[in-house]
Design a protein around this ligand. Structure first.
Ligand code: ADP
Ligand code: ASP
Ligand code: MG
Length: 410
């Protein structure tokens, strides 16, 4: 007998029929003799609808009330799934994040899980109950409801799997696994049999929405075996583990991309040791995340700085910089919208120099201007115009031969 955590995403519980289908997948694990904890997302597009409902009331909703609102989505699904399981004759119980003992830091909208008090879930499992937990939510030390950031139900599932020392965590979604790139945009995308935690973490952080980045972080830190698979199809999914069976000749494993990127350029900053840190400390204090950063010396006295932010953070970023202009002592501020980030990821890059050059060559041959670059040991990211994003991904997918089936090597 094992302990399995299953997670069903929004599409997989998007209607009563799909909730019944999810209950069948839960039943299959239960019938194998496993203990089962199930984590669910809000039904279909519920979370988006709640966000847009709030926007009809105010353009600046308080983060606390947004958490109160968004947490309701998952609460609908847990109760319905528990009912579907009870209808099948199982003893099932549903819990909100708070009831399930999910304790987070005191941050609204993007809280991290600090601890999970698993006592109640464990005793339910011992009584042979199926425990259904609301994803994406927890509570802080002041009993305030918090949410984990969009897509955060994955993190609830993996964190629960880690805390309960589950044998496995299965993420059921609307694709059959992790692909070389997003199969909704790129026709030739191919499902991977396996991928390492590190590569998956890069892909997730760089925009591959199939898994919440913090879920992968948890999985790596606690060595939780993870599988991404379809809730509709029975075929094997993609296994994410420390050392998956490698495919031969693979330098680039996948391509991630995201739009809504904006570049901010600050010119005329006095050269010196502190200007850079002052700017980024100021932005961080205002909870503004900065991504790719490029600094260049303009002349002996001044330098300029470019960095990217999510487009929806632009207004706040400019406001913060303007507010602190006297102390930051820069000359002017500029910004460019309509950008995207396209990244190639693969652990084989460590031992294969020249991959970045190959990437730039592909962009050049497509006539796509690369505006910014950032690299790590296992990825190269480029900032390009949003209108070229899909074409760039297609060309890179082709150039690095990612559609080609490859034999596994052990
Ligand atoms: P869920 O609601 O089940 O959590 P998500 O929409 O969050 O589902 O994640 C699944 C989606 O992730 C897919 O429909 C797909 O469009 C997208 N996606 C992005 N990159 C990838 C990738 N490399 N492999 C598979 N799916 C991807
Ligand atoms: N319902 C939340 C969202 O749509 C969390 C999740 O689905 O993972 O972002
Ligand atoms: Mg998701």
């Amino acid at each position: 007998m094992g302990l399995i955590v299953q997670k069903f995403g929004g599409t997989s519980v998007g209607s009563a029929e799909r909730i019944v289908n999810a209950a069948k997948r839960v039943e299959e694990e239960k019938q194998k003799g496993n203990q089962v904890v199930v984590v669910v997302s809000a039904m279909g597009k519920t979370t988006d609808q709640l966000v847009s409902l709030a926007s009809e009331i105010t353009s600046r909703p308080s983060k606390r009330e947004m958490d109160m609102l968004l947490a309701t989505g998952e609460q609908i699904t847990i109760s319905l799934l528990a009912m579907a399981l009870q209808e099948k004759g199982y003893d099932a119980v549903s819990y909100t994040g708070w009831q399930a003992g999910i304790q987070t830091e005191a941050v609204h909208g993007n809280a991290r899980i600090k601890n999970i008090d698993t006592e109640k879930i464990k005793s339910d499992l011992e009584e042979d109950k199926i425990v259904v937990v609301a994803g994406f939510q927890g509570s802080d030390s002041g009993n305030e409801i918090t949410t984990l950031g969009r897509g955060g139900s994955d993190t609830t599932a993996v964190a629960l799997a880690a805390a309960l020392k589950a044998d496995k965590c299965d993420i059921y979604t609307d694709v059959t696994g992790v692909f070389t790139t997003d199969p909704r945009y790129i026709k030739g995308a191919r499902k991977l049999a396996g991928i390492s935690y590190d590569e998956m973490l890069e892909l997730a952080n760089l925009g591959a929405g199939v898994l919440h980045p913090r879920a992968v972080e948890f999985a790596k830190n606690y060595q939780v075996p993870l599988e991404v698979r379809s809730s509709m199809d029975k075929e094997n999914g993609t296994v994410i583990e420390e050392e998956p069976k490698m495919e031969e000749n693979l330098i680039v494993r996948g391509i991630a991309f995201e739009d809504q990127v904006t570049r901010v350029t600050v010119t005329g900053m006095p050269n010196g040791m502190t200007s850079l840190s002052t700017i980024f400390t100021t932005l961080a204090k205002n909870e503004l995340n900065v991504d790719i950063i490029i600094q260049s010396l303009t002349d002996e006295e001044t330098s300029s700085l470019s960095f990217t932010v999510k487009t929806h953070d632009l207004e706040d970023t400019l406001n913060v910089l303007k507010k602190h202009k006297d102390e930051l002592r820069y000359g002017s501020l500029e910004s460019e919208n309509g950008l995207s980030k396209v990244s190639i990821v693969g652990s084989g890059m460590v031992s294969n120099p020249g991959v970045a050059a190959d990437m730039f060559e592909v962009m050049a041959s497509e006539g796509i201007q690369v505006k910014m670059v950032s690299t790590s040991e296992i990825k190269v990211s480029t900032v390009i115009s949003q209108k070229h994003m899909v074409r760039a991904v297609e060309a890179l997918h082709e150039a690095f031969e990612l559609s080609k089936e490859r034999a596994a090597i052990s």
